[in-house]
Structure formats: structure tokens, C-alpha cells
Design a protein around this ligand. Sequence first.
Ligand SMILES: CNc1nc2c(CCNC[C@]34C[C@H]5C[C@H](C[C@H](C5)C3)C4)c3nc(N)[nH]c(=O)c3cc2[nH]1
Length: 373
Amino acid sequence: MTKRFSFDLKATDGKARTGVINTPRGEVRTPAFMPVGTAATVKAMMPESVRATGADILLGNTYHLMLRPTAERIDRLGGLHKFMNWERPILTDSGGFQVMSLAGLRKLTEKGVTFKSHIDGSKHELTPERSIEIQRLLGSDIVMCFDECPALPADRERIAESMRLSMRWAERSREAFGDRPGHALFGIMQGGLEQDLREESAEALRKIGFEGYAVGGLAVGEGQEAMFGCLDYAPDFLPVDKPRYLMGVGKPDDIVGAVARGIDMMDCVLPSRSGRTGQAFTRHGVVNIKNARHADDPRPLDENCSCPACSNYSRAYLHHVFRSNEMISGMLLTWHNLHYFQEIMQGMRDAIAAGTFEAWQAEFHAQRAQGDI
Ligand SMILES: CNc1nc2c(CCNC[C@]34C[C@H]5C[C@H](C[C@H](C5)C3)C4)c3nc(N)[nH]c(=O)c3cc2[nH]1
């Protein structure tokens, strides 16, 4: 890996930005939406189909892969890219968020977290050093610091303590990462909904220095209004010339609002997870395809969509295969949702480059009926 990792800011429109992240495995156009490939697969999708939706990068996960099949085994087999047949960039989360939400019997200390696997109850430990090593073994291009994401609501003292622990862990993550040209380590800002704690966290991360910066600790139940309130100031505390990654977001209007506030990258399980349950996101709103009213509807999900589901199938067919629990149901709706999310991203990249992002946002919101369609 001789080529470097770099971020080229191409244009801004208000606080919105569009650019390109250059990595040895390819370019990532920003603003970027990253489909989630939890256990080395974007569920119900072949990798070439994920690429066909327009994705430049996908997301893997330390927590799941360290338990099964283990990072050492993936390393022995040539790394995650080869293992899952995705040769473009991969970003891996550091595992902390999942331990707090998935694992059993956890113990959190200054050193890290010990926990029992939700798969077989075996005992494991994650520390900044171990998380960075696992992400290196996986071969991911963008590595996340090991952090603690406190569950909200939490009192200010708890938020402050947790943020400061995460900043000490960020220092240890940077130390453990070493010098790896062509790979990037991103710091994660914490601080809940407290502006001064967010600023303190950003200052701590800038002092350490990272190739990119994530806004963590959001999309944990605070609601869109509170999240946007925090995003009205938090990105401005981060370096303007580095990518900003909002973790775990979100619904289409969350994504648009985050980009309008200066965010460059996002990930969310929503399009794939809801695709498997029959929830389709369209430019006119959400379609719950299992609803009986679609049983005789010959129209596609979305007349304006060029994805395979909308090009070749009726709502009636999609309704049928969901009601019959056929495998093709999750495949078609996941493909549609990921295609639609990437279409939103492409629309925003074009609008920001053209200086018409305000008008694009107005059109985006005008098209969306309230509630189900
Ligand atoms: C939803 N809201 C939210 N998510 C968040 C995540 C996980 C991002 N997605 C990665 C992930 C998480 C799960 C589900 C999939 C695959 C794999 C396991 C990796 C995406 C977060 N991750 C870290 N390290 N820190 C956070 O503060 C954080 C806050 C979040 N707020």
C-alpha cells in the first residue's frame, strides 16, 4: 500500500460539503452513505449488487467478527476484503457500541470492557489496543477508535466521565494504530447533548490528530430535534479539511439534515434491516408492502426508480413474496432501499457542487407525503 489516504473538499454550499476521500482501494464520494455489512455480508445482497446501488464503501464490525469467525481466521484467509469479495474501501467500527448493546455480563474498567459473547457465552475482552489489532487483522481501510457510547438519557456527570474515558482510549487507539500509510484512524467525538463537553472532546481529539473525525454518541434515542440541535454546533468544532462521520444515522430526512449541517459520511442498518421486513423507502414516503392494500396493485413501488425491484416487479408481486416469506422478498426490497439511499446521496453531491442545495432540500421535503403511501 504505497498510495496515501487523503480528503479533497470539492465544493461547499452553506454548511454542506461535497468531496472525495482517496484511499488505495478506491475513491469515496462524499457525502457518502455506507451500507452495513455486519458479519462480512450486506444481508440479502451480493457484493456486486451493493456496488450497483452506487456504494463506494461499506461497513464491517469488530464485535461480530471477533466472535465469529475471529479476526485471526479472517487474517489467515487473506483479510476481510478477499473474504467477502469486496475490493473497495471498508470502514470498521471499533466494537464498543455493540458490546454495550448486545453482549451479556459486561464489566467496564479504565483498561477496557470484558463481556460474554451473545453467541455462545464465552468470555472476551475489548481494549483500545485489542480493537485496533482486530481492525488491522481484518484489513479495514478506515479504523475507528475504541470508545464508549453512553446510553441516553444520562446525567451530565456521567456524560462527562464517559467522554473523558473515551478521550483517553482515543490516545491509546492512536498509539496502538502505529504508522500505516494508506490506512486511516478516525477519532470519535463524545459529549452527549452538552455543547461544552462536545467542544472539550473535539479539542482533545484535535490535539491527538486523526485522519478523520466521527460524531458519536448520537442516534441513541434523543430524537431528531435534539440530534440536529447538537449538529448545529458539533461539526464546527472539528477540522474543516478532514472527513466528518456521523455514526448510526439514519432515516432519509435525518441524512439530509445532517449533510446540511456539515456531515460527510453516515452509516445505518435502516435501509437493509427494514428492507427485510417489507418497509420500502421512496421519494414519496414509506411503503409497508405487506399491507393488504398492495395485493392487487400493478404499479411499481416507485415509478421514478430504476432499481431492479421497481423496473421489473409490481407492488402486488412484492406483497405476495413478502406474505409468502420468499427469499427474493428481502433481496428486492433491500436492493431498492440501498439504491434509493444512494440516489439521495448522489442528488446531494450534485446539488452542493452546483450551489443548489437549498432548492434540492425544498424539493426533497415537498415530495414526501406524511405517513405511509
Ligand atoms: C444507531 N445509532 C448509533 N449507532 C452508533 C454507533 C455504531 C455505528 N454503526 C456501526 C454498526 C453497529 C452495529 C450494526 C451495524 C453493523 C455493526 C454493528 C457496526 C452498524 C456508534 N459506534 C461507535 N463506535 N461510537 C458511537 O458513539 C456510536 C453511536 C451510534 N449511534
